[in-house]
Design a binder for this molecule. Structure first.
Ligand SMILES: Nc1ncnc2c1ncn2[C@@H]1O[C@H](COP(=O)(O)OP(=O)(O)OP(=O)(O)O)[C@@H](O)[C@H]1O
Length: 258
């Protein structure tokens, strides 16, 4: 039985059908990227899986039980969004502690996670004293704080410059390797997907479904800007020309802002 089983028969907003017959399954420990052009329904899908939106036909199962009725549901799930969503009146440390129970052991865990993401020197800093990249580090530490079994990430490193994004991707992979949650990582950047994931799920044009479930044939570590990923991207588009127009924004040099 798969750890996660997603079957979205239909999701609509009013008359507009956003997702139809979208299915996939995954095991704990896998790193999945979900790619598709802007507006296709990636965030909507994550919201359905997270239980933030329950208005759809279909099901999301975790070990055979509807995810949100699962006895460990709150602990099973972590989320990270495009914006770091930190509480401005709380220090970096307290922003991570916020999702924990407040015991001393959990305070130590929050400290350790912040150290692991390179913020050991900034535990007491306020969010507005931190750069955008540092704020995302706090959000990353917070996402791992509850030791989630399933981690949903919605373009968490978008709009960062390449070196900052690379350091965050490296931190994410280190934490993932240690805790081995099932990660579902949404991005519109195929290179980022190929750099991070075991499998890349490509979404079709609306109403969206998964049109290709691609196992990434690369060893780790991988260089996002390296030739291996560039070649793989070329091969993919050569074998699946439909992906260019259908499933992705056209490849670009870089969408990251300077
Ligand atoms: N609450 C809502 N009410 C009505 N329409 C919505 C709502 N949320 C999203 N939509 C529409 O659903 C479609 C999918 O949106 P969604 O944000 O899931 O796409 P996305 O692939 O995540 O886009 P992006 O890459 O730009 O974040 C879009 O057409 C959007 O306008």
């Amino acid at each position: 039985m798969p750890d996660l089983d997603v079957r979205i028969d239909e999701k609509r907003f009013g008359e507009a059908v956003i997702l139809r017959d979208l299915t996939f399954s995954a095991q704990r420990g896998e790193f999945l990227a979900l790619v598709g052009p802007s507006g296709v329904g990636k965030s909507t899908l994550l919201h359905l899986i997270a239980g933030l939106d329950t208005h759809f036909d279909g099901s999301v199962h975790w070990h055979g039980t509807p995810l949100h009725h699962h006895p460990q549901a709150p602990k099973s799930l972590g989320m990270m969004f495009q914006e770091p969503r930190l509480m401005p009146w709380l220090s970096a440390l307290d922003n991570v502690r916020l999702v924990l129970s407040g015991t001393e052991a959990e305070g130590d865990r929050a400290r350790m996670l912040l150290q692991e993401v390179g913020l050991g020197h900034a535990l007491d800093a306020w969010p507005n004293q931190l750069s955008g990249g540092m704020q995302r580090r706090v959000a990353l530490a917070r996402a791992f704080a509850v030791a989630p079994r399933l981690l949903l990430m919605d373009e968490p490193f978008v709009s960062l410059d390449m070196p900052t994004g690379n350091r965050l991707r490296e931190s994410l992979l280190e934490l993932w390797r240690r805790d081995r949650p099932l990660v579902l990582f949404v991005t519109h950047d195929l290179r980022e997907a190929l750099a991070l994931a075991d499998r890349v799920l490509f979404m079709s044009e609306p109403p969206a479904r998964i049109i290709l479930d691609y196992v990434v044939p690369l060893e780790r570590p991988r260089q996002l800007e390296g030739t291996a990923i560039a070649k793989l991207q070329e091969q993919l588009f050569a074998h699946h020309p439909d992906l260019l127009s259908g499933a992705l924004d056209a490849p670009s040099e870089s969408r990251d802002k300077p």
